[in-house]
Write a protein that binds this ligand. Structure first.
Ligand SMILES: [Zn+2]
Length: 189
């Protein structure tokens, strides 16, 4: 559904212009059953609702610059999986991510702005790891590695997700949105 939705967005066949308050019908007022959690970047050019062409009640979205997760972000994901029974978590990075490039600048010796430390610090290990990998574009490699690492952390460090993962009721994947084309590419694990 996410791939189809992204295709609809790319080809101009989206349905979001038809989304209205009428969609908040009795079913949606009674509860939500979003089919995917998206952990995305706060970047104004990466709204999952639009990129995936999904209306109300479809996506449970956690967004912070650099698409990392702090404890409250993790708890939000766990809430969706445990209580809303959402079967899929997508960690969505994007090319041209300012947070990732700022973290790369710190790795290269730029002074860390203390006000941005909580945003940049979680990204730095991904930047360093990406530089050991062969990749045509180091900036894209860092974005991919950052998304993969957040997904990996959810898969391996969150005990609350162990059971749904082991039973096959939950899948956690990483993806990258191309800033220029709007295409979302799902990454290998
Ligand atoms: Zn970003």
């Amino acid at each position: 559904m996410l791939k189809d939705g992204n295709h609809a967005f790319l080809t101009g066949h989206g349905v979001l212009e038809q989304v209205s308050a009428d969609d908040l019908d009795e079913d949606l007022q009674a509860g939500q059953r979003p089919f995917a959690v998206v952990v995305g970047c706060a970047d104004s050019r990466t709204p999952p609702t639009i990129l995936f062409n999904q209306g109300l009640g479809r996506l449970f979205i956690v967004r912070v610059a650099g698409n990392t997760l702090d404890r409250r972000g993790v708890a939000s994901v766990v809430y969706a999986v445990k209580h809303l029974k959402t079967p899929l978590v997508v960690v969505l990075g994007h090319t041209g991510c300012g947070a990732v490039s700022a973290a790369a600048s710190v790795v290269d010796g730029a002074t860390m702005d203390p006000a941005l430390e909580d945003m940049l610090t979680p990204i730095i290990p991904a930047v360093i790891a990406a530089r050991t990998q062969p990749h045509a574009d180091p900036a894209v490699a860092a974005v991919e590695e950052n998304a993969r690492r957040v997904a990996y952390r959810l898969r391996t460090l969150e005990n609350a997700l162990d059971e749904p993962l082991a039973s096959g009721r939950l899948k956690i994947v990483a993806a990258v949105k191309d800033l220029r084309t709007g295409e979302v590419r799902f990454l290998d694990q």
